[in-house]
Design a protein. Structure first.
Length: 341
């Protein structure tokens, strides 16, 4: 391997690592706030990519249909819980999804400018996050982590099957945001890679400012540190959970939009992509945002160089990284026997 090949592999690894970093941050956020290991995170990646690809192919994106279906289910759940919330719930979960459905039916096609296509894609996919939280996780907010994990697996399979029905088994790619190429010595950097890196950096910076400067962000941090303490000082942990799932859905959908021009996305591709973000989150102990982001970039680099040296085993090599990390964390953590509690 000469320097030029190593540089190209490093570029690919950092680009992929930036996507994995955003997913790792979303997973850490959801787990910190709600104790949910959010396995369906990858489905938002697939839904975002396939929704945009459908528009660019002049097909109706059936994620709009899914949004209406989820809205009806959440509305019924809200009405059963409290009739007083019915008018507001109707506006949020019936009227708004139907409005987005109508806009998509009317304007969601290849003639729409690309930025508006992306905006409409995000408008369709992001509301699914808090809706899924309301349906599946909010009623079990005080359950054990194991129960929440089982529910998370169930939601993953439900969304996976739904994705197959809505989008079909064929893969899709989207149009690149930039076809430009920049030369840096012997290295050629694609415009799409730069778009991914710049957007990822801006999102990470925006998340930092959100958690550090806004009241809502500080409430999320407080809930992550001590859920019971946050409740005692008047922070609504239910709203914090919805906000966490909204941010996770936004990051997932954006990752799908960003990565779709580089690789063919299938209805089940999101699971593998999200799993690599999960490896980065595990490196951060599902609690540290900077370490999770750095670990995700490491995963991207390891995947890139593994594809050169042993392409048939690159997935095995990437996921094997979990073993020494878990062993190291197990040795560092303090174990307490049941008799000592």
């Amino acid at each position: 391997m000469d320097f030029s090949i190593a540089a190209i592999l490093a570029q690919d690894g950092i680009t992929s690592g930036a996507i994995y970093a955003l997913l790792a941050l979303a997973l850490v956020l959801v787990f910190s706030v709600t104790r949910v290991i959010f396995i369906p995170q990858g489905e938002f990646v697939a839904f975002g990519a396939l929704t945009l690809a459908a528009m660019q192919s002049d097909k109706f994106p059936h994620s709009a249909t899914l949004l209406v279906g989820l809205g009806v289910a959440v509305f019924l759940q809200e009405v059963v819980t409290s009739l007083r919330r019915a008018p507001l719930a109707f506006a949020k979960f019936i009227a708004l999804p139907l409005l987005l459905y109508g806009l998509t039916r009317q304007f969601g096609n290849a003639q729409l400018p690309m930025l508006l296509q992306v905006a409409l894609t995000l408008a369709l996919v992001i509301p699914m996050g808090p809706m899924i939280y309301r349906l599946a996780f909010q009623p079990l907010a005080e359950a054990s982590t194991l129960v929440l994990l089982i529910v998370s697996v169930s939601v993953h399979f439900a969304l996976l099957g739904t994705g197959l029905v809505l989008f079909g088994a064929e893969g899709s790619r989207t149009i690149a945001f930039s076809d430009a190429r920049f030369e840096l010595g012997a290295l050629q950097i694609s415009g799409q890679s730069l778009v991914i890196l710049v957007v990822s950096a801006l999102l990470i910076g925006a998340l930092y400012l959100y958690f550090d400067r806004t009241l809502s962000g500080k409430a999320l941090r407080a809930t992550a540190v001590n859920r019971l303490g946050a409740q005692l000082v008047g922070i609504g942990t239910t709203q914090a959970g919805r906000t966490a799932f909204t941010l996770a859905a936004a990051l997932g959908a954006l990752c799908g939009v960003l990565i779709a021009p580089l690789t063919t996305i299938y209805y089940d591709s999101g699971f593998l992509i999200g799993l690599k973000g999960f490896v980065g989150a595990i490196i951060g102990g599902l609690g540290s945002y900077p370490i999770a982001a750095a670990g995700a970039v490491l995963v991207g680099l390891l995947e890139s160089y593994s594809s050169f040296w042993a392409s048939a085993f690159k997935e095995v090599i990437v996921f094997t990284l979990i073993i020494p990390v878990l062993l190291w964390r197990s040795l560092r953590s303090k174990h307490i026997d049941e008799g000592e509690q």
